[in-house]
Ligand binder design. Structure first.
Ligand code: SF4
Length: 286
């Protein structure tokens, strides 16, 4: 096709995911059997690439049945129970928890230990692996809020310690802070901790600028990725001619009628090679 294509240099894996994949590849290259608890990254194409190298993805139920093996914990982190189970089953843990997530887990545990009277509130997605790991630091007592509606259910007569899942939007987090500040009882304490990872947050303004530069945007990302959802929303916001695809197979060439420039970008979980495959599929199309 006769069209100009630019791949966003700022898109692709964050350092937490890069490190986890590197650790997995090192183990696999040494010819060892390696299990990974949950998808190593929210991108089915990259997961398949690693499966071909021998990585075996398991869930928590399957972990209970394993003994004397090696299991990689991905960047999202895990609650303490997972480490306890591994110890009981003589499982060697390859811990690829992102250092940013690890630091957040420790902060939440400290608050939980030091302020048992307060409510630990986590702005995040219920059931998300990172959030489960964070809630696990509080003997399952932390309250997860997904939206302002959930925030309204909090007890404003008791102290609130607010944290955020690392991939949430800064704007929404600030709306929640404003609401709690307005409603908290003068007798209670309110503290908020901005724990949003800038690897993601900084991509918002960058991707918005990129998306405005092109006639059409192809956003390449697994649909399960949280930050993929946030970043795609931003692309659509500044450029309604944006499409989310998981791979080159999903490209509909009818989209490109009257289009002169295409921008290809993606989430922090999108491999560069996948964006390049999409570019090549367009360029080689008659
Ligand atoms: S987005 Fe940030 S916190 Fe999450 S894995 Fe990547 S670097 Fe770590």
């Amino acid at each position: 096709m006769d069209v100009q294509i630019e791949i966003d240099g700022g898109s692709g894996f964050c350092f937490g995911v890069t490190t986890a994949i590197k650790k997995a590849e090192e183990e696999l290259a040494a010819g060892k059997t390696l299990y990974c608890l949950g998808d190593i990254v929210h991108n089915s194409m990259e997961v398949n690439r690693l499966h071909k190298q021998g990585l075996i993805t398991i869930n928590h139920e399957q972990l209970k049945e394993l003994h004397n093996v090696k299991v990689l914990l991905r960047a999202h982190g895990e609650p303490p129970e997972t480490y306890e189970l591994a110890k009981r089953n003589n499982i060697e843990i390859i811990d690829a928890t992102c250092p940013v997530v690890l630091a957040l887990q420790r902060r939440i545990k400290k608050t939980s230990d030091e302020s048992p009277e307060g409510q630990i509130v986590i702005f995040g997605k219920n059931g998300h692996a990172e959030v489960l790991g964070l809630v696990g630091q509080t003997h399952a007592e932390a309250i997860v809020v997904e939206s302002l509606e959930d925030v309204k259910e909090l007890d404003f007569n008791r102290s609130i310690y607010l944290y955020s899942q690392t991939t949430k939007s800064l704007d929404e987090f600030h709306h929640i802070i404003d609401y709690i500040q307005k409603h908290i009882s003068p007798k209670a304490t309110f503290k908020s901790f901005d724990t949003i990872c800038r690897q993601v947050a900084n991509r918002m303004p960058n991707i918005a600028e990129f998306a405005t530069k092109h006639d059409l945007i192809l956003f390449v990302s697994g649909r399960k990725s949280s930050n993929g959802k946030v970043l795609f929303k931003e692309c659509e916001h500044v450029n309604p001619n944006s499409y989310q695809i998981e791979s080159a197979n999903e490209i509909d060439f009818n989209w490109f009628k009257d289009v002169k420039t295409i921008g290809i970008c993606g989430a922090t979980s999108t491999p560069k090679w996948l964006m390049e495959e999409c570019r090549d599929a367009i360029l080689s199309h008659e």
